[in-house]
Design a protein around this ligand. Structure first.
Ligand SMILES: Nc1ncnc2c1ncn2[C@@H]1O[C@H](COP(=O)(O)OP(=O)(O)OP(=O)(O)O)[C@@H](O)[C@H]1O
Length: 254
């Protein structure tokens, strides 16, 4: 089943054609990488998928429901979560609290029970705390639960962002350059983490410049160049596509 379908998506900023007539479908449970040179339109595509940018033209369907013009909070509620290229955490909260905040989008309290903090409220808080620990274990941050997010080393802040995205219980997780600024060991740890997330049944779409990682973990790769989709397919095919090689100016992409 296709969980996401993008039809003829176009996004212009004045005269700049950031995305031009891009179409693709993504199967549930796949890892799909979006690659392309700087300025290709990758982040703009993510922004359209998450309601941060309104498409100029075209349609986006999530589980057959059109989401093209929905606000970002609504898209998040429906089940699409993302991380950002520049990390966005609550720096003055602990690692655990950061994950708990994400879960609160899913758990509804009655106003009265929240004010009086009655049994129902306490039970839900307990469940949220336990679940938050599970997400921290998944990303390997369980020993940092009470550390302030701002005191985490950079690589761990990226992991925390991923835990926060997972905690929304989204079906699709968008990762914007999850290994940016990481050393090779951290990068291979993130690669394993992404595979684990796939095993949970999630669909993952990532923007990534590390071609080793892209070729290693992707079920499919979509290549953008100057806002246009120039190739799409399994990593092996895309790697050898003449248009892709040209877009990367003859550089070996792997
Ligand atoms: N808010 C904006 N206003 C005007 N132009 C924009 C805006 N956002 C993006 N652009 C332009 O749209 C084009 C695509 O940018 P985008 O950031 O989506 O590319 P990218 O593939 O993510 O690049 P990078 O790999 O460098 O992050 C670029 O020419 C960029 O300057």
């Amino acid at each position: 089943m296709y969980i996401l379908e993008v039809r003829q998506l176009t996004k212009h900023f004045g005269g700049i054609k950031a995305i031009e007539d891009v179409s693709f479908k993504i199967k549930e449970g796949d890892i799909v990488s979006i690659i392309g040179p700087n300025g290709a339109g990758k982040t703009t595509l993510f922004n359209c998928l998450t309601g941060i940018a309104i498409p100029t033209k075209g349609n986006i369907y999530f589980m057959n429901m059109e989401i093209s013009n929905l606000p970002s909070h609504r898209i998040a509620e429906l089940g699409i979560a993302r991380t950002f290229q520049n990390i966005r955490l609550f720096s003055e909260m602990t690692v655990l609290e950061n994950v708990m905040v994400s879960q609160h989008t899913r758990v509804k309290y009655g106003l009265i029970s929240a004010i009086i903090r009655g049994g129902n409220y306490r039970n839900k808080e307990q469940i949220i705390t336990e679940k938050a620990f599970e997400y921290l274990e998944l990303v390997g941050l369980e020993n940092y639960a009470n550390t302030m997010a701002s005191n985490l080393p950079y690589g761990n802040q990226r992991r925390l962002e991923i835990a926060r995205a997972l905690a929304t219980e989204a079906k699709i997780i968008l990762l914007d350059e999850p290994t940016a600024g990481m050393n090779p060991i951290e990068t291979s740890e993130v690669m394993s983490l992404i595979k684990k997330i796939k095993e949970l049944g999630k669909t993952i779409i990532l923007i990534e410049h590390d071609m080793r990682l892209v070729m290693n973990i992707s079920d499919r790769v979509i290549v953008l160049d100057h806002g246009v989709k120039i190739a799409e397919g399994p990593p092996e095919d895309v790697k050898n596509d003449p248009l892709v090689i040209e877009a990367y100016l003859g550089r070996e992409i792997y």
